[in-house]
Design a protein around this ligand. Structure first.
Ligand code: XMP
Length: 608
């Protein structure tokens, strides 16, 4: 079936994916396109949305993209940066300034199809540095925004030309804080562009089953089955289309899995009817050998990635998989280059490039049945295919597994006495007015700054404070103290002496203990019904001795997030914190327990 489609032009960051995902929720297929794509690309679409951009500015020099798009006889809606580009192209001006951030009231100035069904004032969400300050001759102002009672109205927040079918919003209708943003998008997509809402996951399933059968013909498919959501849904979908006897699965245990994970994965695939051709390799020894002596996070990642590829190639060749098609659980965001964090799927990215797979791609022997879907759609499809809820809604788990959550050290302190003292003084200056005190930890962990990875010290704070005060104090520290990118709340005994790094590598003993700790945390979340609400909760070990005791500082990191690009620390119920404190602190060798309060950015979700 031919669906009406909208093209979303990606000017960077995560905005374009948010817009496309929201439009798909309206049952209209939206696809991401690049600003330099040739004009012909857009002819199959019913309308275009220009996304915002965290990095580009409409102010000053001309932005560089295919301006011929403006010659197309298709409606265009520009958002934020896109809005400014539309205003500028048609003779308006953009100034640097009048920055706004946060919720604002949109005052709608006239009845217009874009605002059909809405009130005169609607809450929207703003985030911009530049502003439109005048309009070209064919445009009119459709609305202005007011941030709060003390601020001046911000003119030209919604603009349009019905003659040209060009529109712009300075605000972001795609974010949830723009309460009726979805209505505005619907008015544009279904009203102004005239799209029929015919696309949904149910139709997708029917169409995909036929496509798979056509592409695979009489052949069989093999795929790597980690047990994560994407590979599980891909495997079941392929099985549904082709029959289980034509789907071969390879599960590699790299030894960095959770407790009993491989057993669970194998059992699940058997229950899903895919046990017939399930191949299992226990490669944990090989991985541990390869990781001997590795301390630095990037080095560990590289070793894990390379070892995985070696084993995968060897096993695939040994089992004669080369004659089959290769199935991959690649999902839509993985297929598109964006300005966002593309490093997330290191192992997957590596897989896509190994010689065996490159050869197969060239020969047209790779099938990626989920490549058009977002995660939430993959989950919906998984439910439709009858995959149990606990598998479909599993929290994400990184490809390199516990390898990224088990920090290593050569035992030397990454802070000298002066640095320790000066950071301690600065941290406590930031904590003034709160009933809290803190120190820097003598190791570094990963974070993000302006889309780049950074390694800085975490701060450890202790004392009594409400959750809101803890978050506020943590935010102050990592904003004000240079060299600190995280803040951890001490749940263990009060600090009385020193915190010292110990020499530690990836070993089976450390992994086994981390597995036990992780298991306790996951069970705790499950018992409190929090597995779905909490996006992810890594349990992390840092080799620190505290006050002369133990060798592993354990940190729990519950976060709320929607797509892992940004995240905030999640508040756990007091009862659960109490249970975890008792259980985790009584594990052998644990020197203390911390609760990570950091948002992303500046922290990342994982430690490393
Ligand atoms: P960070 O730590 O960058 O993680 O905030 C964002 C999301 O990506 C996951 N993650 C990975 N997933 N391979 C994966 O498949 C990886 O190497 C990897 N590293 C991080 C992380 O768990 C979070 O959901």
């Amino acid at each position: 079936m031919n669906h009406n489609k909208i093209a979303v032009i990606d000017f960077g960051g995560q905005y374009a994916h948010l817009i496309a995902a929201k439009i798909r929720r309206l049952n209209v297929l939206a696809e991401i396109k690049q600003p330099e794509d040739p004009t012909e690309t857009f002819k199959e679409y019913k309308g275009i949305v220009f996304s915002g951009s965290p990095a580009l500015s409409s102010f000053g020099e001309d932005s560089d993209y295919n301006k011929e798009i403006f010659n197309l006889d298709l409606p265009i809606l520009g958002l934020c940066f896109g809005h400014q580009e539309i205003a500028k192209y048609y003779g308006g001006t953009v100034i640097h300034g009048k920055q706004e951030w946060g919720r604002a009231d949109l005052h709608i100035l006239k009845k217009h199809p874009l605002f059909e069904g809405l009130e005169e004032v609607e809450q929207v969400w703003m985030s911009h540095f530049d502003s439109v300050s005048s309009l070209g001759p064919e445009f009119e102002e459709l609305g202005y925004t007011v941030l709060d009672v003390n601020s001046e109205p911000h003119r030209y927040a919604a603009i349009g030309s019905d003659k040209l079918k060009r529109y712009g919003f300075q605000f972001h209708p795609e974010v949830d804080d723009s309460i009726n943003g979805h209505v505005m998008l619907k008015n544009f997509v279904c009203g102004i562009c005239g799209c029929e809402p015919s696309w949904n996951v149910e139709n997708f399933l029917e169409e995909k089953l036929n496509q798979i059968r056509t592409q695979v013909g009489d052949n069989s498919v093999f795929l790597l089955a980690s047990g994560g959501v994407d590979s599980t849904v891909a495997a079941v979908l392929l099985g549904r289309a082709l029959g289980p006897d034509r789907v071969h699965l390879l599960h590699i245990d790299h030894g960095l899995m959770r407790q009993e994970e491989s057993t669970r994965v194998i059992k699940a695939f058997k229950e899903l009817g895919l046990g017939e051709n399930l191949h299992f390799v226990d490669a944990s020894e090989e991985f541990l050998d390869a990781l001997k002596g590795a301390i630095q996070p990037e080095e560990k990642r590289r070793i894990i990635g390379n070892t995985f590829i070696e084993i995968f190639e060897r096993e695939a060749e040994k089992r004669g998989f080369e004659k089959f098609l290769l199935g991959q659980g690649t999902i839509y965001p993985d297929t598109i280059e964006t300005g966002g964090t593309r490093r997330a799927d290191t192992i997957k990215t590596h897989h896509n490039r190994v010689p065996l797979i490159e050869r197969m791609i060239e020969e047209g022997k790779v099938i990626e049945p989920l490549a058009e879907l977002y995660k939430v759609e993959v989950r919906e499809l998984g439910e439709m295919l009858g995959i149990p809820e606990e598998l479909v809604w599993r929290q994400p788990f990184p490809g390199p597994g516990l390898g990224v959550r088990l920090l290593c050290s050569d035992g030397s302190s990454e802070l000298n006495v002066e640095e320790f003292e000066s950071l301690t003084a600065e941290i406590n200056r930031s904590l003034k007015g709160y009933n809290l005190r803190g120190i820097p930890l003598p190791i570094k962990s990963v974070g993000v700054k302006a889309d780049l990875r950074s390694y800085e010290h975490p701060a450890l704070i202790e004392g009594d404070a409400s959750w809101d005060n803890l978050l506020e104090a943590a935010g102050k520290i990592y904003k004000e103290v240079k060299g600190i990118n995280r803040c951890v709340w001490n749940l263990g005994p009060k600090l009385s002496g020193t915190v010292r790094p110990l020499k530690a590598e990836v070993t089976r003993e450390r992994l086994d203990l981390l597995r036990r700790a992780d298991q306790l945390v996951m069970e705790g979340l499950k018992n409190h019904g929090l597995l779905r609400e909490i996006w992810q909760c890594p349990t992390v070990f840092v080799p620190l001795e505290i006050d002369g005791k133990g060798s592993e500082f354990c940190i729990i990191r519950p976060v709320l997030s929607r797509r892992a690009m940004t995240a905030t620390a999640a508040e756990l119920p007091a009862e659960l914190i109490k249970q975890l404190r008792e259980a985790l602190l009584s594990l052998p060798g644990i020197s203390g327990l911390g609760y990570d309060l950091t948002s992303k950015p500046p922290g990342t979700i994982e430690w490393e």
